[in-house]
Design a protein around this ligand. Structure first.
Ligand SMILES: [Zn+2]
Length: 433
């Protein structure tokens, strides 16, 4: 197995004295101190936040753990307070509305250089899966300047790899035509959308697509298994979010956890309750600090994602660490009669049924779990429902009311046309999620 191409790239960009974790941490500490100094001087938010902090006293990563976290709510409260450059230097603003509720928006700012740094990561990250013999289709927003599609296309062009920015999936027939006409071999897209495409057009999909890169949302194991179709298609996971500068880490050919963009980002896993860093191998919340960001550096930003660092070295032989595939959002769970139900557990059950194209989950009054399934056709829906109820009951040993509703796919873009992360909705009175 080849060593992840990210290794050489990180070595080049960091000029590390040796290929070791210690050398990389020393580089990151130096960058963290630069970032703290820069943000304290240039941004209103960090000027206030770090007012009482003697930055000269931070001489280790352990010292850095004393710095307060930055939360998504703080960005929502006033995004502009985070900006470190004059407005004329801002070349891209991304407005994120994770819940779909008005007023619940985060704005993330980038300079031209920030975008170039992301392109650099994409170029080397994509080398994990494609080469000049491939043609990539991006089923993500684009091609506007600074969009993820635009950045990916520019990144691939640097490696001489053809790329079509198609935009999010909204018209299956048009997408199929594009795959055939351009002889697409690799798709970059949103997990549920790529799965949808593979399930409505399996022959076309598996006779053309040999590699897939999933991004923007967490990816259940059942989805990877279904999509890989017994190894016909290699399914790579990418971890990233706009706040990271889109990219955060990507799997190597071992497909066993991400190698991270450690020259640009410093990652920690913390206990979300105590705020303390957990030991490698233990689960917690992912927190990151940007190391090279101009417009909007973020310090110890709480992602709300649950993951852990893997202790064993990767099969590819790199010295870089590995983060296990993210398990989903911390908030994506509901409590029913004292028992926790996590979106992930339901995903793993439901996605094993290959007639399911999409679904939504919500909890209603009287602790009723409502599952709404989109099926390719409703012919076998009664038997399917029975089997599904059996599987859910087998997994959750406590009592709750389960309501399963099915509807047939009408290929309506509104169902599948969404960049909003999947969510387990809690509609009960007094629910906070
Ligand atoms: Zn590896």
């Amino acid at each position: 197995m080849n060593v992840t191409p990210l290794e050489n790239w990180i070595l080049e960009r960091t000029q590390l004295a040796s290929k070791s974790q210690d050398a990389l941490r020393a580089y990151q500490l130096e960058k963290i101190i630069q970032t703290l100094t820069y943000a304290k001087e240039k941004s209103r938010f960090y000027h206030e936040r770090l007012k009482a902090v003697d930055l000269g006293a931070i001489t280790s990563l352990k010292d850095f753990e004393r710095i307060a976290f930055t939360t998504p709510e703080e960005i929502k409260h006033n995004s502009l307070d985070f900006v470190c450059v004059p407005s004329s230097d801002i070349k891209r603003i991304v407005t994120l509305n994770t819940s779909g509720t008005t007023g619940d928006e985060k704005r993330i700012f980038f300079t031209h250089e920030d975008l170039e740094v992301s392109i650099d990561f994409f170029q080397h990250g994509m080398n994990c899966l494609v080469d000049k013999s491939d043609t990539v289709m991006v089923l993500l927003p684009g091609p506007a300047y600074g969009s993820i599609g635009d950045l990916l296309q520019k990144a691939l062009a640097k490696s001489g790899i053809s790329c079509i920015v198609h935009g999010v999936l909204s018209d299956v027939e048009k997408t199929v035509q594009c795959i055939e006409e351009n002889k697409i071999t690799c798709i970059v897209g949103i997990p549920m959308q790529v799965l949808y495409l593979s399930r409505v057009k399996p022959d076309l999909f598996y006779s053309n697509i040999t590699k897939v890169l999933l991004s923007t949302d967490y990816v259940p194991d059942a989805l990877v298994e279904a999509l890989s179709f017994k190894g016909t298609c290699k399914v790579f996971n990418h971890y990233g979010m706009t706040e990271m500068g889109y990219g955060g880490g990507v799997e190597c050919a071992c497909l066993d956890g991400y190698h991270l963009r450690e020259n640009d980002l410093y990652f920690e896993i913390i206990d979300p309750i105590s705020g303390e860093r957990v030991q490698d191998g233990e689960y917690g919340e992912v927190v990151f600090t940007t190391l090279n960001r101009q417009a909007m550096p973020l310090i110890r930003y709480k992602t709300g994602d649950r993951a852990r660092f893997l202790k064993k070295p990767c099969g590819c032989g790199t010295f870089l660490r590995r983060m296990e595939k993210v398990l989903g959002r911390m908030e994506n769970s509901v409590c029913i009669q004292g028992h926790e139900i996590h979106l992930r557990a339901l995903d793993e059950i439901l996605l094993r049924f290959d007639s399911i194209l999409d679904y939504t989950l919500r909890v209603e009054e009287n602790d009723t779990l409502h599952v709404k399934l989109m099926l390719a056709n409703k012919e076998r829906s009664v038997a399917l429902k029975e089997e599904m109820i059996r599987c859910i009951r087998e997994h959750f040993t406590f009592e709750f009311t389960l309501r399963i509703e099915t509807f047939e796919d009408d290929r309506s873009p509104k169902v599948i046309h969404s960049m909003i992360k999947r969510k387990l909705h809690d509609n009960r009175q007094g629910a906070t999620v």
